[in-house]
Ligand binder design. Structure first.
Ligand SMILES: C[S@@+](CC[C@H](N)C(=O)[O-])C[C@H]1O[C@@H](n2cnc3c(N)ncnc32)[C@H](O)[C@@H]1O
Length: 225
């Protein structure tokens, strides 16, 4: 039996065969050794697994506000070794991903991811000081994506958004509850994050719980208004 055809998902830059998710590869390098299938149009599609990257988990959990387009400029805070950055580069092939990471070891792997992609700019810096990379980013970005897993997650995202986000831009805030407070239930931590966002000049559009793919993680989709 032929494999099911791969078609465009309702979210820009995401593809599906009806069961699994894919992105369209912009390179033959696969950071996680993930499966690649050939579409009937001849393009290569990389498996985009919800248990391998929170970006896919958001889609699988049914996010309705998908802020990415093929040309999005994204400031990515907490890039790690670049797994999700590599998928974001597929999702925004005409855009630019400014990937900030402060730990030298994952940064070395991030450099490898960036070396094979013309739309990834790796930045070795502390995301608490956006002034350190404002010049490198240049003009405002469309999306700030934050996955630093620190106690002051909203504060870091907010500071970057004030410095570098376009007036109607989006913040995608990954909240790891145990990084905020290991002793409190995740629901209480999320309630605090909701109220701090609501007391800011930003608008909370949606909260996506990542269970069962990532335990005690939720993604807050926020818009600058
Ligand atoms: C959860 S991991 C990121 C995983 C990555 N986003 C992915 O999905 O492939 C969090 C990363 O944030 C980085 N990080 C934490 N605080 C940071 C800061 N203040 N500035 C820059 N990077 C930071 C850590 O070194 C770590 O690599």
């Amino acid at each position: 039996m032929d494999p099911p055809a791969i078609r465009q998902h309702s979210h820009s830059g995401v593809y599906t065969d009806g069961a699994d998710l894919y992105t369209r590869s912009t390179t033959d390098v696969r950071p996680g050794g993930e499966r690649v299938v050939k579409g009937d149009n001849g393009h290569d599609y990389r498996s985009f697994p919800p248990n391998g990257t929170k970006l896919a988990a958001i889609v699988k959990m049914g996010v309705t506000n998908w802020p990415f387009t093929s040309g999005s400029r994204v400031l990515y805070l907490g890039a790690g070794a670049g797994t999700t950055v590599s998928y974001m580069a597929d999702v925004c092939p005409q855009g630019q991903i400014y990937a900030v990471e402060f730990a030298p070891e994952p940064f070395r792997s991030l450099l490898e991811v960036a070396r094979r992609r013309s739309n990834v700019v790796p930045i070795l810096a502390d995301a608490r000081t956006p002034a350190a990379y404002t010049t490198q980013v240049g003009r405002p970005v469309d999306v700030v994506y934050q996955d630093v897993a620190q106690r002051d997650q909203w504060d870091i995202a907010h500071r970057n958004a004030l410095a570098l986000l376009a007036p109607d831009g989006w913040v995608v805030l990954v909240v790891k509850a145990s990084s905020v407070d290991v002793a409190r239930p995740a629901t209480e931590v999320y309630a605090d994050v909701r109220s701090v966002i609501r007391s800011s000049a930003f608008r909370l559009e949606e909260v996506v719980d990542l269970e069962p793919f990532d335990r005690e993680h939720a993604v807050f989709i926020v818009r600058r208004s």
